[in-house]
Design a protein around this ligand. Structure first.
Ligand SMILES: NC(=O)c1ccc[n+]([C@@H]2O[C@H](COP(=O)([O-])OP(=O)(O)OC[C@H]3O[C@@H](n4cnc5c(N)ncnc54)[C@H](OP(=O)(O)O)[C@@H]3O)[C@@H](O)[C@H]2O)c1
Length: 330
């Protein structure tokens, strides 16, 4: 039986797994889109849809707009595709240029301008979900509210959410809004497990390093805000990507290797690809997280979809968590 998750209430056609489009559109060198990029996007989207993924996650910055632009070519080739998808994109990150430092911008005028540019690149008349990409220190909630109201009224955006925000930021923004925030996209994975630690090590010395997340997970659950996990595959560190030993200390390297072995054993036990185990760990959490997967490898996309065919036991879930932590729970 398919599991219910918060987003279903707003977008019944949304899949539990989200396809993340950051890898589409070539590289980040501001080169024009090539036929090869479009062909790749075609193959990836077809494979993701066949594997049951209907929610596609973009951002205006991905490959400097090229990722979004691939979709306008796909829709031109096959207009029926748009109605099969839930399209999500993000705005508010502005890269550095000759005159400016890299910064975030949630002013009304910038949000409106960014959405128009995304609509044009995507080749669609509406965005299903618009996320504010990262917290803007100068954000004025009332100004964001005016931008959202205009976008909703014009039919350009149907729902709104945030990314990389903690509970206090969400509460502050929500108070000014007439519409609910329905998504918070955070980095959550077996590798980035501080969001679990925030609860399990609360009231313990170990918690000193992870207070920052506070009650963000609980707040989103209480308010029916869908949690989405970026970096959900931990960039393949547990499933075959080369581990750069200089990036991690000895203790972290040992935890990585032990977790990798455990993931392989569980994949063999369930008869699925290793990616499925890494994602099943996120899916098993009662917050009903939506993992966002960023691979452009067609076989890995298929292996990710197998995550929905199994449910880890409580013991397997904790074994993965404690092994990935490399430290026993208090
Ligand atoms: N909201 C935010 O701030 C934010 C930030 C980052 C990303 N995102 C979203 O989240 C999505 C996923 O994030 P992500 O791409 O950072 O993380 P991810 O899904 O954890 O990792 C995907 C990356 O890992 C590589 N990989 C996976 N398995 C591998 C293996 N066995 N061997 C070698 N490489 C492997 C993939 O390469 P291959 O393509 O070759 O498989 C790809 O480059 C993005 O597409 C984007 O939509 C959001």
């Amino acid at each position: 039986m398919p599991q219910k998750f918060a987003l279903k209430q707003y977008l019944p056609n949304s899949s539990r797994l989200v396809y993340g489009c950051m890898g589409l559109g070539g590289n980040w060198q501001r080169l024009p889109l090539t036929d090869g990029d479009i062909k790749q996007a075609h193959a990836v989207v077809e494979t993701a849809l066949e594997a049951g993924m209907t929610l596609f996650d973009h951002a205006d910055i991905y490959t400097h707009g090229n990722a979004e632009e691939t979709f306008s070519h796909l829709f031109k080739q096959n207009p029926a595709l748009r109605s099969k998808m839930v399209l999500q994109t993000k705005c508010s990150i502005r890269f550095a240029d000759e005159q400016h430092v890299g910064r975030y911008d949630q002013s009304k005028s910038y949000i409106l301008k960014a959405v128009d540019a995304s609509l044009k690149r995507l080749g669609t008349e509406y965005i299903d979900i618009l996320l504010l990409h990262r917290p803007d220190a100068l954000m004025e909630p009332e100004e964001v509210a005016l931008a959202f109201e205009q976008l909703l009224k014009s039919g350009k955006v149907r729902h709104f959410g945030v990314s990389n925000m903690h509970s206090g930021q969400i509460k502050l923004l929500s108070r000014a809004l007439e519409v609910p925030l329905i998504v918070n996209q955070l980095e959550l994975s077996l590798l980035k497990h501080d969001w679990v630690d925030a609860g399990t090590t609360f009231n313990d010395d170990q918690s000193k390093t992870n207070r920052v997340l506070g009650d963000t997970i609980e707040h989103c659950r209480l308010e029916n805000i869908q949690l989405q996990a970026w970096g959900s595959m931990a960039n393949g560190l547990y499933t075959g990507a080369k581990i750069d030993s200089n990036r991690f200390n000895d203790k972290q390297n040992a935890a990585l290797l032990a977790t990798k072995e455990l993931v392989t054993n569980l994949a063999n036990l369930y008869g699925v690809g290793k990616e499925a185990i890494v994602l099943a760990w996120l899916l098993r959490h009662p917050a009903k997280i939506q993992p966002v997967i960023g691979t452009v490898n067609l076989d890995r996309i298929k292996a990710c979809a197998q995550a929905l065919t199994l449910e880890l036991t409580r013991e397997q879930w904790y074994q993965l968590y404690v092994t990935a932590r490399g430290q026993a729970l208090p």
